[in-house]
Design a protein around this ligand. Structure first.
Ligand SMILES: [Zn+2]
Length: 314
């Protein structure tokens, strides 16, 4: 048996959000080389500032400047830093109580070796040169009895963009592998449940109704029926086609569940349930182990399918 297909995958998006009055103040001040906390109902100063009091749940508004120096309240040594961590050499994650704060902030301490850091050690912020209004404007803390740096002028921060990324290697399952290899040859391979005889496309390793492994491979044609659809009017990051366009659930002939794909070649207002469609494949030299080999579906010109033929497959 050949080795199962395997490929690196990278999923991600840029998460953009407005900061609001509390987080916005904190991030704006970090850009100015200042650390700001907020006073709670019981008088304690929370750093980073909280939007709502942890005891009374009331909205908090009394900002308090705290120092960029403080004391280590607890720590853990990281001998082999991971990608994306604040430092690329061994460091300590530490809970740091800044002078003037009553709570501790989690950040990295560039201590060099674990025998140089201890609970109670004095630290100060090492500011990043190019500050954008993020917690990473604090590059790390360093062991020091000295004073913090003077604040500087900087514009307010009202929006932040946080890239969220996940890299991993996906190895195809025994069901998925022949499905993906079939796609590379332009074949659409489904799996049938031996108990209820439902045909799943994309294939599933087990029938969700009967709980038994699907055992029979079934090759389907690239024609089908639209069961339901939506007109996409909202632009979003990475969109391939300017809206409006139609995403439709296509029930391939012989399948029992529909799958979502792009529908082109028809005005959105003319799309309807029961419309017969056919796949438009990309040029063969562009095919890979992916459903993207089908560029989109288009109306086939056949008469609409009667509702009863797909009413149990919505
Ligand atoms: Zn079944």
């Amino acid at each position: 048996m050949p080795r199962p297909l395997s490929a690196p995958l990278d999923v991600g998006f840029d998460y953009t959000r407005s900061t609001g009055p509390t987080l916005g103040r904190f991030l704006s001040d970090l850009r100015r080389r200042k650390v700001t906390g907020i006073r709670g109902a019981d008088g304690r100063v929370h750093v980073p500032p909280l939007e709502y009091d942890p005891v009374t749940a009331q909205r908090l508004t009394e900002f308090v400047d705290v120092a960029s120096t403080g004391v280590v309240r607890g720590w853990s040594w990281i001998p082999e830093p991971l990608e994306g961590q604040p430092l690329d050499r061994p460091f300590a994650w530490a809970l740091i109580q800044l002078d003037g704060a009553d709570t501790s902030l989690l950040h990295a301490v560039d201590a060099g070796s674990p025998d140089r850091i201890s609970t109670g050690a004095r630290v100060r912020v090492r500011w990043r040169g190019d500050r954008v209004g993020a917690i990473t404007d604090i590059e790390c803390f360093e062991l020091s009895d000295g004073p913090g740096d003077e604040p500087v002028e900087a514009d307010d921060v009202t929006m932040v963009t946080t890239p969220v990324h996940l890299h991993y290697t996906h190895t195809a399952s025994p069901t998925e592998d022949p499905f993906l290899r079939g796609l590379m040859e332009g074949r659409l391979l489904a799996q049938r449940c031996p108990a209820c005889e439902k045909v799943y496309f994309p294939p599933r390793p087990a029938c969700p109704t009967d709980g038994v492994p699907t055992t029979d491979a079934v090759e389907l044609s690239d024609r089908g029926t639209i069961t339901t659809f939506c007109v996409v009017n909202v632009p979003f990051l990475g969109q391939r086609i300017p809206p409006p366009y139609v995403s439709a659930y296509v029930l391939l002939d012989g399948a029992d569940i529909p799958f979502l794909h792009l529908l082109l070649g028809v005005a959105p207002e003319d799309v309807r349930m029961g419309m017969r469609v056919e796949a438009v494949w990309k040029p063969r030299e562009e095919w890979g182990p992916t459903m993207q080999n089908i560029d989109h579906f288009k109306p086939s010109g056949e008469p609409d399918a009667p509702f009863d033929s797909y009413s149990q497959h919505l």
